[in-house]
Design a protein around this ligand. Structure first.
Ligand SMILES: NC(=O)C1=CN([C@@H]2O[C@H](COP(=O)(O)OP(=O)(O)OC[C@H]3O[C@@H](n4cnc5c(N)ncnc54)[C@H](OP(=O)(O)O)[C@@H]3O)[C@@H](O)[C@H]2O)C=CC1
Ligand SMILES: CC(=O)C(=O)O
Ligand SMILES: [Mg+2]
Length: 652
């Protein structure tokens, strides 16, 4: 239960928890009187609504009735005889209590402005102007200078660039997010190409690996086996009520780094910061969740700084029950239209969860579906370089898990739509290799269910290079999570078969990339059409500069999510993934093609996301899955109008 105390400059005012009665002797607040607020405090409370969520500047965080009381012009005023008073005394008892005495962890905030400076949702730092400093009791709490948000961005970039180590940059960004949310998003949006590799792959991978050591203030909601039976209550502890997107992981397959248990939290936090920065979804509508069912990572279990449950992963019924309770509680608490994005689950759970909840919830698996859409977009635009249509190509994957089979299926679906051939037929253009070799019919019995549609007639092949030489693919896609697997031999084999081999090394982070951009361009004598999951620098080969694209689902999920939210969509449909891919491919300009790119630059991502959102929403209306009626006339404009802006608001 959250208690928040708000002290005004003239008389101390105290807010009480929403579910606490102020009458009755059992109430800890029974010694408060209800009194008219001082004029200045009333003015503050009514004037400072954040229009994005209708909340109030002062104390709009969780579990207090302050909002309503402020609107009414009332608050609870401390009885001076109660012993609970402001000033310099130790009013809460923490300091005077002996070590064996329990104390109440009351949060105290002072309306003189000190709390405002420490509220990341409203803090503007040195950008508070003179008038705001005066009316919000900030005088003396800030040095005299007043700066613009633009100057703050410039200063932060200067500071961040001074850190040589990416993890330090990541920590500086997280620190900023916890200190000044609008500045964080403005910084990220204005410098998206430079900062994406920090808040996202590859650095977020290292951050997850070291999360226990760098852990400072908790972000997101941790739901562990300990919370079984009370997940709904746990959801209600989250301060924001109007949630539109949840990104949830159980930490078992974090990028290509394996099981990082509870430390996977960096991923939902990072993905949701992109929902806001790239897709314009309000930060207060985003909820990062980590489900902690233990970890099988021995190193973490033995790490004294590990933050999660110290036990092996729960599986089977115990796992299913916890996930089911979570999914049920989510719908109960946030309704039918909250989007739940599954992220970095291991494939033995990911496919089942998507299938199980796909018919009852608005769910989306980014690794299976978002990746499929972004890769399809890249392939559609790559046709510009190689000619023909997708149906003319042969695709070979290294890695037959979530990403690999998800992409494979969407390619087959797109070819089926283009050619009117049944998808069972178009799948024959696609081949996959897993850790045991080429997926062929003789292996069908022992294959996981998601691999079976790809078990074509062929003799067994163990080595990738042999598969390349036998299948003769025009497109090679890495989704293995294993670095350095596109060897010189493999890239040379692709280059011997194709004038312009399409090579996508999708595994993250950089250390797990199947090959580097330099290797792809050098080993193909500058002929490869290359993109990777994590970013690589441009490469000069024989006097020509090659700019590698980033084939990452970050192009898709923010716009797709926005489209679902703005149309009030209740279910995700494969056709939405297809239109999202087409919308992304349509954003690649001639100038981008001239540089060898198959994706547009991230610096245009807000515009791209608006276009993706519009196409997704249009498809949803067409399929009868959208509930926000009537549909807006201009969906692109509507998408843009829905987008969060990180510019500071003026406080009256
Ligand atoms: N760029 C992007 O947007 C995205 C990138 N990814 C990246 O893709 C990678 C894989 O993710 P995901 O599909 O979810 O993982 P999965 O665990 O579901 O799949 C991995 C697949 O790779 C196979 N594999 C593992 N080692 C080898 C090897 N040495 N040779 C051949 N195949 C191998 C596995 O084989 P087996 O089945 O036999 O175990 C499995 O089929 C990760 O690194 C992830 O970061 C994922 C999503 C999006
Ligand atoms: C990008 C992404 O979702 C992954 O690597 O898992
Ligand atoms: Mg992922």
């Amino acid at each position: 239960m959250s208690r928040r105390y708000v002290y005004g400059p003239q008389s101390p005012i105290v807010s009480r928890p929403s579910n606490t009665s102020i009458s009755g002797s059992s109430s800890p607040f029974s010694n408060y009187q209800r009194r008219r607020l001082p004029a200045k405090v009333v003015a503050l409370s009514t004037a400072n609504r954040d229009h994005s969520n209708g909340s109030v500047l002062l104390d709009n965080r969780s579990g207090t009735t302050t909002l309503q009381e402020m609107r009414d012009g009332y608050a609870e005023v401390v009885d001076p005889k109660s012993g609970v008073v402001g000033g310099v005394q130790d009013v809460y008892g923490e300091d005077t209590a002996t070590e064996d005495q329990p104390v109440t962890p009351w949060a105290v905030s002072v309306a003189s402005g000190y709390s405002l400076l420490r509220d990341p949702h409203h803090n503007k730092g040195l950008a508070f102007n003179e008038k705001e400093r005066d009316s919000h009791y900030l005088c003396g709490l800030l040095p005299p200078t007043v700066v613009s948000q633009e100057l703050q961005v410039k200063k932060m970039m200067h500071n961040i660039r001074n850190y040589q180590v990416p993890l330090q940059r990541y920590m500086a960004m997280m620190d900023l997010q916890e200190r000044n949310q609008r500045l964080f998003y403005k910084l990220l949006m204005d410098n998206v190409e430079e900062l994406l590799p920090i808040v996202y792959t590859p650095t977020v991978g290292e951050a997850c690996q070291k999360y226990g050591s760098i852990f400072n203030r908790p972000q997101g909601l941790f739901i562990s086996l300990k919370e079984k039976g009370k997940i709904l209550e746990v959801l209600r502890n989250w301060p924001e009520k109007n949630i539109q997107v949840i990104v949830v992981t159980d930490g078992e397959r974090i990028l290509g780094l394996g099981d990082l248990g509870c430390q996977g939290m960096g991923i939902p936090v990072g993905k949701l910061s992109l929902y806001t920065a790239l897709g314009g979804v309000r930060p207060s509508a985003c909820l990062p969740v980590t489900i902690d069912v233990g970890t099988n990572n021995e190193e973490l279990l033995n790490d004294e700084f590990y933050i999660g449950l110290r036990q092996k992963r729960a599986t089977g019924q115990e796992y299913a029950e916890l996930l089911h309770e979570f999914m049920t509680a989510v719908k109960q608490n946030y309704g039918e239209k909250v989007l739940v994005q599954f992220e970095d689950f291991a494939n033995h759970n990911a496919f089942n969860l998507l299938e199980k909840y796909g018919t009852t919830h608005l769910v989306f698996n980014d690794d299976i579906q978002g990746t499929a859409s972004v890769v399809l977009a890249g392939l559609i635009s790559a046709m510009k370089f190689v000619g023909g249509s997708l149906a003319d190509h042969t695709f070979l994957f290294l890695g037959a898990g979530e990403a690999g089979t998800g992409i494979a299926e969407l390619i087959a679906l797109e070819i089926s739509k283009q050619t009117n051939l049944p998808v069972e037929e178009t799948r024959k253009k696609v081949w996959l290799v897993d850790s045991k070799g080429l997926i062929v019919s003789s292996r069908a019995e022992s294959l996981q269910h998601f691999k079976r549609p790809w078990a074509h007639e062929h003799e067994p092949v163990t080595e990738l290079v042999d598969a390349v030489n036998k299948i003769k693919p025009t497109v090679l896609i890495g989704t293995s999570g294993q670095g350095k697997t596109f060897t010189k031999e493999v890239v040379e084999a692709m280059s011997a078969l194709n004038e312009k081999p399409i090579i996508l090394a999708l595994s993250n982070p950089t250390s797990q990339s199947e090959c580097t951009a330099e290797e792809a361009y050098t080993w193909s004598q500058g002929r490869a059409i290359f993109a990777s999951g994590s970013p690589f620098e441009s490469v000069e080969y024989e006097g020509k500069v090659h700019v590698p694209g980033q084939s990452n689902n970050a192009y898709i999920f923010p716009g797709l999510g926005l489209g679902l939210i703005m149309s009030g969509t209740i279910r995700v449909h494969d056709d939405m993934l297809l239109v999202a891919a087409e919308a992304l491919a349509a954003e690649v300009s001639q100038e981008n093609f001239d540089k060898g790119l198959i994706y547009p630059p991230f610096k245009n991502i807000r515009k791209i996301s608006a276009h993706i959102a519009a196409k997704v929403a249009a498809k949803s209306y067409e399929l009868g899955l959208a509930t926000r009626l009537p549909p807006p006339k201009d969906l692109v404009k509507y998408a843009e109008s829905c987008m969060y802006s990180p510019s500071y608001r003026t406080y009256r």
